[in-house]
Write a new protein. Sequence first.
Length: 190
Amino acid sequence: MWERIAERLAGDLVELEPIEERHAEGLRGAAADERIWRFMVTTDVEVWLAHAFAEQQSGARAPFVVIREGAVVGSTSYMSLAPEHLRLEIGNTWMHPSTWGTGANVEAKYLLLRHAFETLGCRRVEFKTDAGNERARAALAALPAAFEGIHRKHMLVRGGERRDSAWYAVIDDDWPDVKAALERRLQAKG
């Protein structure tokens, strides 16, 4: 396992902190908008919190809270951890709609990708999203992450609904160009 996987990551727009119980109320408040849950695995923030803490405790996931201007505005995670293959997934990402279009998600992805490639030594970072989530798919394409296809009937979500998942990835060979593109986008926001 990566010893430094769950570290505080700070940017100009957001900070990512490893999730702790003290963040629970802020997460509940940030999650109050139903638009957040449209494409998530669950629509219940309490179920989401329970899974986040349980998977953190077991080492299956490294969840972070996203903090903007001192307030908790969402969460993102390292998951599908495969240190033996130098691979992980960035996912389970959601943010309050007030952050949409502000660069908060762009910087969160930048911080996580930079940490994955430059600190953890990853060779591959994956992203999976509901194939019908056009907003997330556009954001992943804009990173840019390479689209790798649709996995049909990939998983069951929200009480048994079938989800087809769109897969994307950034590999270490891509990272210098992706990093430069993200830094240009962040400079434009600043």
